[in-house]
Each structure stands twice: as C-alpha cells, then as structure tokens.
Design a protein around this ligand. Structure first.
Ligand SMILES: *Cc1c(COP(=O)(O)O)cnc(C)c1O
Length: 372
C-alpha cells in the first residue's frame, strides 16, 4: 500500500457504535468494569493506555514499518523515556550534529544519574567504530541533521551498533516516514517530535517512539511510559492523528517549494552556502539516493558576513516568520546560533528555514527583497 493510503487507513476508522466518520476523542481517565469485575476492552486507566492514544500509536508504528509505537507528551519526553530504560554505567554514542535538546538531556539529567555519553561525527565511520565501548547501549543518529543537513549512513551505522551489542536509534523528525523509513535500514528505534511534521500545524506538542521489534527492551520502555506518565492528552493525540491524514501531501508539496528556494539561494551573490539534500553539490548525494525518497522541506543558508548580517537579513523579511520550530504549514526562519547559546558550534551566519505551504514564488520574492 502507498504511504498516503496507509496514512488514511491508519487514522480513519468510522466509529462502530455511532457511525461517526471522524474518530471520537475519548477523554475518560477511567474504564468501567461489568458485574463480573471484567473490563470490556483492554483499558483500565488512561495513563498506561487509552483508546485515542492507542490508535495514534498504531498509526505511527504502521507508517514507520515497526512492531510497536508509543506516543509521548513531547519529543523530549520520548527521548527521556528511552534513556530512562538504560541503567547507570551505560554509555550512549550520540551524533555530534544532533538536535541540541538531546545532548542537553544527557548532560543535565542523565549524566548526574550515571549515564556516560560521547559525541561523534556520524559521517566518520572509523570514528563511530572506535567510539563504541563494551557498555555502549544506544547509538543515536539524526539524519538529515540539524541544522547542517548532513546525512548519516543508517545501514552501516546500525550494523556497527549491532556488532558492538548496542541498538541504533534514529531521530526521524526532519525526514518523516514520507521520505525515510529508518527501520528499513535496520534501525531498532525511530524517534519523532510529532510537534513538527506529524501534527503539521504548529499547535500541539508531541513525541513518539517506534520499535522494530516487540522485545524485552520495548516492554521496559512501555512500562516506563505508563509509570512515569510523560504522555500526551487524548486531545493532543487526536490533533496529531488528524495531521497524519495530510502528512504525505504536505511533506511532498513543502519539499518541492524547498527545492525551488534552495536553487534560488544557491549561487545568489549575497549567499555563501546553501545546505540542502536536493542540491547536486550536497556532499552526501549517494546516501541521499540510497535512503531517502526526497530532499525534504528544511534547508539552511549561510549568508555573506557574520551574525549581524544574518540577523539584518531576516529582519527585512515580510512574509516568512522569525520563529523557532519547524514542520508547520507556515514558513519559519531562525538564527540557530542565537537559540543554541554559548556552546553552539553552528556558523554565526547560518539561518535555518522551515518551508511551509505558501506559494514558492511569494517566498522567493520575500527572500529576494531581504537579500538585496
Ligand atoms: C523539535 C525537535 C525535537 C524535540 O521535540 P519537542 O517536541 O520539542 O520536545 C527533537 N528532535 C528534533 C530533530 C526536533 O526538531
């Protein structure tokens, strides 16, 4: 079945009791027992499980081709619950170019708790191999990376992880399963901030994990999800499920516009460099063809000059909104170095652009007048 059909089939189930074409939102926190003290379905209490969350979890697992899906209150809650399933003394190998919140969690929360971690350039496979230790439990990739759009070879990194007795996790937030299914490349766990493309409308926080297999580790994370309770509300789950219905069309349309913008910016006299998987000069071209169905709707641009020039450029934008986050229907631009703070290694003249659903000509006209 094609992605779009799967997305509809997974989120559109007419309600058998009322015939409602759109699934209801089950707000109930508790579920009644019959005279024999039996539960009519598998639900007891909403934190460990509830019908609205369960239907979202099944949909995300189906889209990623995994055995089990779990929904969380944010992307960070999903990452946190995964790290909680490790034990003090375990080691995590993390991509040097990961979303800044992931190393922040490891440094601020899990390092004091007893996890160790190393950051490595995931494109340097020799460095990956030599950074794997006996106690390495997780190899964490993010591809395309944030904000440099570099590509990790998922098939090779997951093989290296497995040879060292670790599992491979991939943050697939930027690519979405429309463009990349890490489980097809032997990744064990796919992580998402569903705040971004899954919901698609910048109006709900959410996170998800999809597990290739239902094994002991998966069940431990399931236990922690219910026990620690970093879970989304039924209404939030319903919003993410609604977003999934249009995920395919949104991501493809936004990618086409991003391609046009990247081509406009590439070679513009005020631009130093464009980072975008759809450009022929991207250094990881072969990998992109191997593991992605399209270049996506995120791009980064380094303008001529320094931080001041970059900030002046975006101050002149009239259509594109200056804001953090990504994956919504409205285009957003951000000076990453300002957001990431003093430890940031992001070039000071870099702007990250999340391309929305506005017409490409209008977005290009806005960028052109601001770059003048
Ligand atoms: C936003 C984001 C996260 C964190 O997700 P939240 O929903 O904000 O907690 C993690 N990884 C990537 C790639 C992101 O873009």
């Amino acid at each position: 079945m094609h992605f779009d059909t799967l997305a509809l089939r997974a989120t559109h189930q007419p309600d058998p009791t009322t015939g409602a074409v759109v699934s209801p939102i089950h707000l109930s926190t508790t579920f009644a027992r019959n005279e024999a003290n039996e539960l009519p379905a598998n639900y007891i209490y909403a934190r460990p499980n509830n019908p609205t969350r369960e239907s979202l979890e099944k949909a995300i697992a189906a889209l990623e081709g995994g055995a089990v899906g779990m929904a969380f209150g944010s992307g960070q809650a999903a990452a946190m619950t995964l790290f909680q399933a490790l034990r003090p003394g375990d080691h995590v190998l993390l991509s040097a170019d990961a979303y800044y919140g992931t190393p922040a969690l490891l440094e601020q929360v899990f390092h004091p708790w007893g996890l160790t971690y190393t950051r490595v350039n995931m494109n340097d496979l020799d460095a990956v191999e030599s950074s794997l230790h006996e106690n390495t439990r997780i190899v964490w990739c993010e591809t395309p990376s944030n904000p440099m759009l570099s590509i990790t070879d998922l098939l090779t990194v997951s093989r290296l992880a497995h040879e060292a007795g670790a599992i491979c996790v991939c943050d697939n937030t930027w690519a979405t399963p429309v463009l990349q299914r890490p489980i097809d490349f032997n990744v064990d766990v796919v992580m998402h901030s569903t705040t971004k493309y899954f919901s698609g409308h910048s109006d709900v926080l959410g996170g998800a994990l999809v597990f290739k297999q239902d094994n002991e580790f998966t069940q431990r994370v399931r236990l922690l999800q219910g026990l620690s309770g970093a879970v989304p509300s039924p209404f939030d789950c319903w919003l993410v499920s609604r977003g999934i219905k249009t995920l395919g069309v949104r991501v493809r349309a936004q990618s086409l516009t991003a391609q046009a913008i990247a081509e406009f910016l590439d070679g513009h006299p005020s631009v130093e460099r464009v980072h975008y998987p759809g450009l022929a000069n991207h250094p990881d071209r072969a990998l992109i063809q191997q593991q992605m169905n399209g270049p996506g709707a995120m791009l980064s641009v380094q303008v001529n000059g320094d931080a001041t020039d970059a900030l002046q450029f975006i101050s002149r934008l009239k259509l594109i909104t200056r804001a953090t986050s990504l994956g919504g229907v409205e285009s957003l631009i951000e000076h990453r170095a300002s957001v990431e703070g003093i430890n940031s290694t992001t070039p000071k003249n870099l702007l990250r652009l999340s391309v929305g659903l506005e017409h490409a000509d209008d977005l290009i006209a806005d960028l052109a007048q601001a770059l003048r």
